[in-house]
Write a protein that binds this ligand. Structure first.
Ligand code: PLP
Length: 372
């Protein structure tokens, strides 16, 4: 494989070499099952406890609350949704029949909720205003008497726009309604304080912040109910059965610790590089940068140059050894289902703390050549 400039860090990130070093012994010598009572199994306990402490500390999770390790954000999200479904099915006299979400959610949220729809739960999907979930629209459609759950993401994966989850959570809790947020694009990129955000459930994946793939987590507030998705050996306090991904958990703890320690510095560096790139884009006639003046995570630029097809641009960049992705953002203003979704296509460039000035300079040069 030729050397690639990797600018698709919202899809996944390379594993941090320090994280790899720390997890490796747990794939090799210390390979035991933490549930075993012999010394090879018990040898995993100390590092697992440290990883748990690192995660609780990084997210400011109170001791009384629970963080369970899963295989992915997708599993965490499905766990919350299926838990609500289980209660809905068990309770024959439901007065609450609705779940509120938005149309800019990742497919892990949208498709999981669509499945719940097959059981008679009404999924209310809020369209965004300027790529953002509108508080006004939320208030308009929020009927606490009927709402089982609100499930809205903290950061949109295409545009990087931060959504008003704290304000939505406040409204939910005023009316004793449960709220879940998919924080997959937020964790490791911006500071997330679970007590401040005050949600009941929060999902994320380690591979978005330089841990390996195959490890995720689900936060569950002490007062929030949870029916397990996976039944079996009773691991994770019975909330998620299955032998622990020991090396993955250790890696995720270390990766989040590293991300948190230098968050301000990494954000500043990424913002500088992004500003440079967006300054260049601003000079291209009619180029649109979605959410340019909105609150965004520091690593993401989602843009469209009308005179170049977005798929062609991504292909051309790949041909020049630069990896980006394509996607679409919606800016619909109405909830009326008969109205059309105003979907804008574009290219997403997403940086990481390993992105260099040379990477961005090469990106600018390659796009400039194409524009000539
Ligand atoms: C916002 C968001 N939610 C959920 C997911 C799913 O994450 P995973 O594939 O790790 O389960 C992603 C992955 O891109 C995402 O960006």
């Amino acid at each position: 494989m030729t050397t690639q400039i990797y600018l698709d860090n919202n899809a996944t990130t390379p594993i941090d070499p320090i994280v790899l070093t720390i997890m490796k012994p747990y794939l090799e010598q210390i390979f035991g099952n933490p549930n075993s009572s012999h010394s090879i199994g018990l040898a995993t306990h100390e590092a697992l406890a440290l990883a748990s402490d690192q995660l609780y500390e990084a997210l400011n999770i109170p001791e009384k609350d629970t963080l369970i390790m899963t295989s992915s954000a997708t599993e965490s999200i499905n766990t919350v949704h299926r838990s609500v479904l289980s209660d809905f099915i068990k309770n024959k006299n439901n007065t609450k029949t609705q779940i509120i979400t938005s149309s800019i959610e990742h497919s892990a949220v949208r498709k999981s909720l669509a499945y719940l729809g097959e059981f008679g739960i009404e999924i209310i999907t809020l369209p965004p205003i300027n790529n953002s979930v509108s508080l006004e629209s939320f208030r308009e459609h929020f009927n606490p008497e009927k709402t089982l759950l609100v499930s809205i993401g903290l950061v949109n994966s295409e545009t990087g726009i931060i959504q008003p989850i704290k304000e939505i959570a406040e409204l939910c809790h005023k009316h004793n309604v449960l709220i879940h947020t998919d924080a997959t694009q937020a964790i490791g990129k911006i500071s997330v304080d679970i007590q401040d955000l005050d949600v009941d459930y929060l999902s994320f994946s380690g591979h978005k912040f330089h841990a390996p793939k195959g490890i995720g987590a689900l936060y569950i507030k002490n007062s929030a109910p949870l029916n397990p998705l996976l039944h079996g050996g009773g691991q994770m306090g019975g909330f998620r059965s299955g032998t622990l991904n020991v090396a993955g958990i250790i890696a995720m703890g270390e990766a989040l610790k590293i991300a948190g320690e230098k968050l301000d510095l990494h954000s500043k560096n990424m913002l500088q590089l992004r500003d440079q790139f967006e300054g260049f884009l601003s000079q291209i006639p009619d180029c649109i940068i979605y959410g340019k003046d909105q609150l965004r995570i520091p690593n993401t630029t989602f843009f469209n140059i009308p005179k170049i097809d977005h798929d062609y641009l991504a292909w051309y960049l790949n041909d020049n050894n630069i990896a980006v992705s394509t996607g679409s953002a919606c800016t619909t203003k109405t909830i009326d289902s008969s109205s059309k979704t105003d979907s804008h296509k574009g290219v997403r460039v997403s940086l990481s703390r390993f992105t260099s000035l040379e990477d961005i300079t090469t990106l600018l040069n390659v796009i400039s050549t194409l524009l000539k």
